[in-house]
Design a binder for this molecule. Sequence first.
Ligand code: 2P0
Length: 330
Amino acid sequence: MTSPHATAVAHPNLALIKYWGKRDHDLVLPCTGSLSLTLDVFPTRTSVRLDPELTNDRLILNEEEVTGNALERVRSFLDIVRERSGQAAYAHVESRNSVPTGAGLASSASGFAALATAASSAYGLPTDSTALSRLARRGSGSACRSVIADLAVWHAGDGEGHAADATSYAEQVPGPRLAMVIAVVSAAQKSISSRVAMKLTAESSPFFDGWVSGTTADLDDMQTALTAGDYTRVGELTESNALRMHAAINGTRPAIRYLAPTSVALFDAAAELREDGLEVYATADAGPNVAILCREDDLERTRAAFAVRFPDLDLIAARSGPGAYLTEGE
Ligand code: 2P0
């Protein structure tokens, strides 16, 4: 008899309305809801195989055995799965991702979405998208959105503690066909992780309260704009919400700044192209890379327009992608 095992695939997502700040660090409950586009590039494929002989989990990432903090994070996550499933066995976890790890292109989102999906199947937990999204959230907040295809809203959850845990998950929302061009300003590991930086922002940025109240309103407005198919409003909210997040981050003391001169130049180029009639908007996560939002029909034109202006940058064209799915062991 083969030991229980499963393999799952998940893709990164990029937020149009950002998640930045937790109200519960243990349960990974956010201060606000957020909303993202799951992409069709950079999949992560993760296998989980239970092994009663193991005395700890083993993690192989891109064919290399990983120990230390990364293994600890996976082990803590699998502890939740073991507790819920009543199965004590440790697991071999093998994961491959094609996105540069730690470069602000959301490898933790696709990673924990794939891990939650494969582990749930291997340990016999429910694999409906709500259960998977709630579980993925415990690994990395933004991972709950990568469980879902296309446009996903992550609900902040009602109340606190277990009531909030039950109601904080992502689900798909309707909207126009969107795409993105990701401009890779740097593929290097970022100097300070999102997890640490968002905690420091909440603790020391005087702009954090404004960020939370503004984002709560932005999320409502964004859902209205998406439902109405109002692309212009979607783009304006996307760009403005990203800049507000960076303003809140910049207010941290000692200061944190993720955007590089080239990142700012990319925001300027988006504004210039809008003047010229190509309706694109810029957004950036916790790193110098910039994602350019466009209508799906404008994707090639948008990529070409940025290739002329930024010939030295890698420009990755991405469309809306699938939610996390099992490839075997279902
Ligand atoms: C987002 N980011 O909404 C925002 C925008 C980065 C900038 O979600 O601590 O890696 O694991 O819950 O999910 C990155 O945060 O943080 C993130 P944890 P996560 O996409």
